[in-house]
Design a protein around this ligand. Structure first.
Ligand code: ATP
Ligand code: MG
Length: 223
């Protein structure tokens, strides 16, 4: 179980948006939340993230569950190149890579009686973690997601602040898709994607689920 809503109610003034909403989201499940305009879909996403308090009922979030959503996404601004903006989702890998390099330098300067063995085992551990977290594929993943959401190679070096509104939105989706949050919350992500982009999104969500057991909650008008 990643999180569970039990008996959740939410009203805005006289408008009852949610009433007795109960469900549970399990790891790896890709759930579609489909409903008409104003039905309360975005409200559900905010409650799940703890951004909005329910009037009644409970949200229970399992320890270790992490969420990522466009609600909390960073606005693409300034002169950071698009590729770097998107790759920041994988910033923790850069830290791991720095660790590896430091350990390599340490090993080059040590010998059997100055702790080489300890460094070797620390290095093995760090390298294993880097590999497990996809460090060696990071660059190709960034490129695949950029192309997938419809941001062609020609714009990868362009400052994010200079992109069109639609491109900025796709940049945010791309960055979101690269995070390893256990639940991706996507509120009508297809609005700024073309058919190829939507197909890519489906494939990517399925891969995250199958390979890494990561889940998603996708809001759409379109079943
Ligand atoms: N902060 C708020 N203050 C007042 N009313 C709100 C607030 N947020 C949402 N509402 C109202 O609650 C209802 C549900 O809103 P919500 O945004 O959750 O619907 P939705 O299903 O996401 O709609 P859409 O498909 O148009 O995005 C709507 O009638 C909306 O006007
Ligand atoms: Mg909405």
């Amino acid at each position: 179980m990643l999180y569970r809503l039990s008996g959740v109610a939410k009203a805005y003034g006289p408008k009852e948006v949610l009433k007795d909403a109960t469900w549970q989201h399990d790891p790896g499940r890709i759930v579609g939340l489909v409903g008409r305009n104003g039905a309360g879909k975005s409200t559900v996403l905010r409650i799940v993230q703890g951004l909005v308090e329910p009037d009644a009922g409970k949200l229970h979030t399992a320890g270790g569950t992490t969420f990522a959503s466009l609600d909390q996404a960073v606005e693409p601004e300034g002169d950071e190149p698009l590729r770097a903006f998107v790759a920041r989702a994988l910033a923790h890998l850069v830290g791991l890579e720095d660790d590896l390099r430091r350990l390599e330098e340490g090993m080059a300067q040590s010998s059997a009686d100055t702790g080489l063995e300890d460094l070797l085992s620390a290095y093995d551990e760090a390298r294993e973690r880097f590999e497990r977290e996809g460090g060696y594929e990071a660059e190709s993943r960034v490129e695949r997601v950029l192309s997938g959401v419809g941001l062609p190679r020609e714009v990868w070096d362009r400052p994010v602040g200079e992109l069109s509104g639609g491109q900025k939105h796709r940049a945010q989706i791309a960055r979101l898709l690269l995070t390893s949050a256990s639940v991706l919350l996507l509120d009508e992500p297809t609005n700024h994607l073309d058919v190829a982009g939507i197909e890519f999104l489906e494939t990517w969500l399925r891969e995250r689920s199958e390979k890494a057991g990561l889940a998603a909650l996708v809001v759409s008008h379109d079943r």
